[in-house]
Ligand binder design. Structure first.
Ligand code: GDP
Ligand code: IMO
Ligand code: MG
Length: 434
């Protein structure tokens, strides 16, 4: 298979983990390019449910090389915990897991800073996962971050931490809080991580270049999603990384010429965790019904996900920003019981019809969705593996979405398991699969 990027097309939790797991059979390497343990990628293997936060979703397949890119921010405590938990469940983690030497670390002061800033935002809080993601990327951009490579030079750690400490204490003093972090202990802890992680810390870009030179294929696994991307999302209600397809290049040190295709993952409806605009939010009992049927509770934080109808403005925008060759439409089965299904085709704002995502959050917040109503199918699609076997109205729904977003829907997912999937042979993704 060619080298393919997997990107969330909405606000996350679209089922990226499931699709990566499905396609991992066709590749030799899976590489994560952004985010940290704010992500929760669920994979169902028979009765077993795995939720991966930091480690690429390919890890469940023996013989697959998994790479964590420089675009990620890694909490070493969380990484060790995830490795231990996976090992306890029989997953092999040895030299099949590489951590980029250029990846930045999430440290305890990042979590403390995030708790402080979220609290200070009051009504305007982002509703982050409180994992320290934002402050870690801030330290990276502020050139006071600590990277995985620094763990390999323990004698210099106190000096590496000094800038971050100065900045942290400045903010604490400004906020009238007393900084109470034990930095000596932190340096000691990090030295321990360095000893244990040393064998897997490497130049990820070089590792990938060598793999690709051998003719091996790479699946680039995005976390979060386009509308949470720091540049292209609903700023400031976004995460702090480059979640869109461009992040695969900068987040792994891979040139654009090595990317052969991009698959966008979109739910058959829309969800969002945390604050920020969600124009097609359903509300009321019907939203709760969809939340329950779709088990829409965060894989990382357990928070209820807000649910909306499929928003074609969002996915069309995602196609433009990422250049999806194919869209994987997931969770179609969750809509099985509905008599009719709405799709947001445009927004109405101050008497005008808008068809493109506005940059201005005030405009987006004032937008009313324009809906088209499609017939439901009132029949189970759970586990259907052949497009022709879907009820006519379900096929009609998928075809209409493809038309509205202006792109092909090459995969339709009809259940959480690997096999509950339709791969359409005539699509781009079908040709890569062949
Ligand atoms: P990710 O963050 O994009 O990997 O998605 P999550 O794992 O956070 O959330 C997707 C949830 O939907 C998981 O619980 C999956 O097991 C589940 N899932 C994925 N595809 C389907 C599907 O087609 N149907 C149903 N019913 N569940 C699905
Ligand atoms: P996966 O990879 C859904 C959301 C948070 C919050 C915003 C910023 O599983 O799709 P952060 O902690 O990143 O600073 O929070 O982003 N968020 C996600 N929402 N899925 C995710 O990951 C998310 N990762 C972050 O809820 O609104
Ligand atoms: Mg998730």
């Amino acid at each position: 298979m060619p080298n393919i990027v997997i990107v969330g097309a909405q606000w996350g939790d679209e089922g990226k983990g499931k699709v990566v797991d499905l396609l991992t059979d066709k590749v030799q390497v899976v590489a994560r390019y952004n985010g940290g343990h704010n992500a929760g990628h669920t994979i169902l293997v028979g009765q077993e449910r795995f939720v991966l936060h930091l480690i690429p979703s390919g890890i469940l397949h023996p013989g697959i090389l998994c790479v964590m890119g420089n675009g990620m921010v890694i909490d070493p405590w969380a990484l060790e915990k995830e490795i231990a938990e996976l090992r306890a469940r029989g997953v092999t983690i040895g030299d099949n897991l590489v951590v980029s030497d250029r990846a930045h670390l999430i440290l305890p002061h990042h979590r403390a800073l995030e708790a402080m800033t979220e609290e200070m935002r009051g009504d305007r809080k982002i509703g982050t996962t409180l994992r320290g993601i934002g402050p870690a990327y801030e330290d990276k951009a502020g050139r006071r971050g600590v990277r995985a490579s620094d763990l390999l030079r323990p004698a210099d750690l106190p000096e590496r931490l000094a800038e971050a400490r100065r900045h942290y204490e400045l903010i604490c003093r400004g906020a009238g809080r007393s900084p109470d972090l034990d930095w000596d202990r932190l340096a000691t802890d990090l030295t321990g991580f360095g000893e244990r992680l040393r064998p897997r810390i490497a130049d990820a870009s070089l590792v990938l270049q060598r793999e690709m030179a051998h003719g091996y294929s790479v699946l680039f696994e995005g976390a979060q999603a386009t509308l949470l991307d720091m540049d292209h999302g609903t700023y400031p209600y976004v995460t702090s990384s480059s979640a869109a397809a461009g992040g695969a290049l900068t987040g792994l040190g891979v040139p654009p010429s090595r990317i052969d295709g991009v698959i966008g993952i979109a739910k058959a409806y829309t969800t969002r965790v945390g604050a920020g605009p969600l124009p097609s939010e359903i509300g009321g009992a019907l939203e709760q019904d969809i939340r329950d049927r779709g088990h829409e509770y965060g894989a990382s934080t357990g928070r209820p996900r807000r649910c909306g109808w499929f928003d074609a403005v969002v996915v069309r925008y995602s196609i433009r920003v990422n250049g999806f060759d194919s869209v994987a439409l997931t969770k179609l089965d969750v809509l099985d019981h509905l008599a009719e299904i709405k799709v947001c085709v445009a927004y109405r704002c101050q008497g005008e019809t808008i068809r493109e995502m506005p940059a201005d959050l005030a405009v987006l917040e004032a937008c009313e969705p324009v809906y088209e109503t499609l017939p439901g199918w009132s029949e189970s699609t759970g586990g259907v593996r052949d497009f022709g076997r879907l009820p006519a109205a379900a096929r009609g729904y998928v075809d209409r979405l493809a038309e509205l977003v202006g792109g092909e829907i090459g995969i339709v997912s009809t259940g959480p398991e690997r096999d509950d999937t339709i791969v359409r042979p005539q699509s781009a993704v079908g040709s890569w699969f062949a």
